[in-house]
Design a protein around this ligand. Structure first.
Ligand code: ARG
Ligand code: ZN
Length: 456
């Protein structure tokens, strides 16, 4: 059968063809995914399925050399497409399906023109060879983001836009993909990434770490963090717990702290969505925030119980179920903050109601109440207090309205229905109404969309 097809194709190709059939007209893919907060982020015309990143990093010179192999599918007849990569890194060569492609770099856009147009629906592979001295960028809110150098390596956190500082890709959260990382560092350093540690090989003073992240991941959740770390990889309480702790930080019992939190959230939200867990504890006080990097959050110091719970709750809310636009970030931060309240309640530190009351006690004139969580107003406000605290208060107001059974059924349905996908605020409102059987637009309007302190 196969041979017949091959013969037929060969016979067909040997016929003189009209040029219009030989090269179907394609158009360039869009240079952005259409997110108003970061218009250049992501690209149109294709869907990335898999990244295979081979990186070599020398912390003393700060030099990175990379080979990115990307498997993708064309979503339109594609004459040209973009990847996101800062131009402080130099692209040496690009191939598409093994053939040399032309490329041009401008700002954070890498424009690739394949030798011939890619037909719509076609799977294709891209390779990009690049190198240079990666550096972090500064976000609209003033935070360091991306390849953040530390005394002994790299604190690599990429929300919302740092991924472009160290590898080429389709860097909007709507294009999730599987990843494999093969990272070579000096022998006295450790390279820790997302997913499962599959190999560690030392040779000639250098060590290569291979990590496989099989569940779909948005690029802002990828990490390759490097430093002097104590690396442990153990099964504890039914989880594969892989941790990397900077030896200058005191974090006693760090691996063992994960299963109780994950068990508690599993009971409330449904099964833990990933094949492994753990965390990276660095000594990076200059960074000032932690990030829920997929399977393995990164912390700039030893995390408190509430921070640990926050980043682990993000594995369900943010990582498995991911927003569609940055504007919907309360779906991550409001849920993770509410989960902190749930965990504190479980530990007996503070009840959820007391946490709500404390947040709600802010006076009505307070600037805090002027910003509705589902419309933070711009990228400089993505991580400001209303997104976190008023987002969490929204969930508590919903719980008081529909009752515990319906409320936790909503959270489980949200995590279950959109597992590994993307969903927006409108979908959450619709799901809440469907599961509870109640009309909730007044509640959500007051809590999510309108400025001013909602009445209770
Ligand atoms: N998502 C992180 C958290 O849960 C915060 C990331 C902040 N990033 C930033 N660029 N300000 O706390
Ligand atoms: Zn968070």
């Amino acid at each position: 059968m196969k041979r017949l097809v091959a013969l037929t194709a060969a016979a067909f190709l040997s016929l003189p063809l009209a040029p219009a059939i030989a090269t179907p007209a394609g158009t360039p893919g869009a240079p952005g995914a259409g997110d108003p907060y970061f218009p250049g982020q992501g690209n149109g015309g294709y869907d990335a399925a898999r990244y295979d990143l081979t990186l070599d990093y020398d912390p003393s010179s700060g030099r990175l050399s990379g080979l990115a192999r990307i498997s993708a599918r064309a979503t339109q007849a594609l004459s040209r497409f973009n990847l996101d990569l800062v131009d402080t890194l130099t692209v040496r060569s690009v191939t598409v399906d093994g053939r040399r492609a032309t490329h041009a770099q401008s700002g954070s856009e890498l424009v690739v023109t394949p030798a011939r147009t890619l037909r719509r629906g076609r799977d294709f592979s891209i390779t990009v060879r690049y190198d240079g001295l990666p550096a972090h960028v500064i976000d609209p809110d003033g935070s360091m983001d991306g390849w953040i150098k530390t005394g002994d390596g790299v604190f690599n956190a990429n929300e919302p836009q740092g991924a472009m500082t160290w590898y080429p890709g389709n860097h909007h959260m709507t294009d999730k993909a599987a990843y494999r990382f093969t990272v070579t560092v000096p022998r006295d350093r450790v390279a820790v990434a997302n997913g499962d540690l599959v190999a560690k090989v030392s040779k000639g003073g250098r060590t290569t770490y291979v990590w496989n992240s099989r569940e779909p991941m948005a690029s802002y959740l990828a990490t390759v963090s490097i430093g002097r770390f104590d690396l442990t990889d153990r099964r504890i309480g039914g989880y594969r717990v892989t941790t990397a702790v900077d030896p200058t930080v005191q974090a006693p019992g760090f691996p063992e702290r994960h299963p109780p939190v994950l068990d508690f959230f599993t009971g409330l939200f449904g099964p833990y969505p990933f094949s492994s867990t753990g965390g990276i504890v660095d000594n990076a006080p200059e960074v000032g925030y932690a990030l829920e990097t997929q399977t393995r959050p990164i912390y700039p110091r030893a995390p408190s119980e509430s921070l640990l719970a926050h980043e682990l709750a993000h594995q369900w809310f943010g990582n498995s179920v991911t927003p569609t636009l940055w504007r919907d970030i309360w779906l991550n931060e409001g849920f993770a903050t509410y989960s902190e309240w749930l965990w504190a309640d479980k530990l007996g530190t503070q009840t959820v109601q007391a946490a709500f009351d404390e947040a709600y006690a802010r006076p009505a004139e307070d600037e805090f109440w002027q910003s509705p969580p589902a419309d933070p107003g711009g990228p400089e406000n993505l991580f400001h207090a209303p997104v976190y605290d008023r987002g969490a208060m929204t969930l508590h107001a919903l719980r008081l309205e529909v009752g515990d059974d319906a409320f936790f059924a909503i959270l489980r349905a949200w995590a279950g229905r959109h597992k590994y996908g993307n969903a927006d605020t409108a979908a959450f409102v619709a799901l809440s109404e469907r599961v509870s059987g109640e009309q909730l637009d007044t509640l959500f309007d007051a809590w999510l969309f309108k400025p001013g302190k909602p009445a209770m």
